[in-house]
Design a protein around this ligand. Structure first.
Ligand SMILES: Cc1cn([C@H]2C[C@H](O)[C@@H](COP(=O)(O)OP(=O)(O)O[C@H]3O[C@H](C)C(=O)[C@H](O)[C@H]3O)O2)c(=O)[nH]c1=O
Length: 175
């Protein structure tokens, strides 16, 4: 497993070891002890899976209470995955990092508590699996607008994104 740095210290790109053979491939998407040793001391408690069509943009979300660390993997397709630092005391507050994650490159993104998460679907469909370190807590869900001018995220849009009503009503980021 390779653990790669990003422009924000706590956000990591993980590339699992892939075992290829004539049948296809095998990889461990997550291994508790190794993850805690090499990435972060995190215990995941909930797995999520979402399927989205091309042009879907989900996010930018976080939970105020029961904040979640997330490990994002793409089971099918390709996404532009984004993490935004919303920790007021952080030197990278308001900064974002992005990475193209796909079923082909096997890349994963680790996004710790204190970050908003969102992604844009580049392929015809994308199945995104992610592990969370705390349970879903709808009351404390928060949403930042994907097109917030202060964040100025450079989404690789191909036309207007497909977003939920919740995301369309997202908060604006205030430095
Ligand atoms: C997140 C979540 C949702 N739901 C239910 C609630 C809704 O009825 C339905 C769709 O939820 P939502 O529209 O919030 O799904 P996304 O827009 O994909 O939200 C996610 O998008 C970004 C990218 C994230 O990182 C978050 O984990 C999560 O907020 O699933 C659950 O039952 N459990 C859950 O953990």
């Amino acid at each position: 497993m390779q653990v790669l740095a990003t422009a924000i210290t706590e956000v990591k790109i993980i590339v699992p070891k892939v075992f290829q053979d004539e049948r296809g491939y095998f990889l461990e998407t997550w291994q508790h002890a190794r993850f805690k040793e090499l990435v972060a001391p995190v215990d995941f408690v909930q797995d999520n899976l979402s399927l989205s069509v091309k042009g879907t943009l989900r996010g930018l979300h976080w939970q105020e209470e029961q904040a979640q660390d997330k490990l994002i993997s793409v089971v099918q397709g390709e996404i532009f995955d984004v993490a935004v630092d919303i920790r007021k005391e952080s030197p990278t507050y308001g900064k974002w990092v992005a990475e193209v994650l796909s079923a082909d490159n096997h890349k994963q993104m680790f996004i710790p508590k204190g970050f908003a998460h969102g992604f844009y679907v580049l392929s015809d469909t994308a199945m995104v699996h992610y592990k969370c370190s705390d349970y879903y807590h709808p009351k404390s869900e928060r949403c930042l607008r994907w097109d917030d001018p202060t964040l100025a995220i450079e989404w690789p849009l191909d036309g207007e994104p497909l977003i939920s009503a919740k995301d369309a009503a997202g908060l604006c980021f205030m430095r």
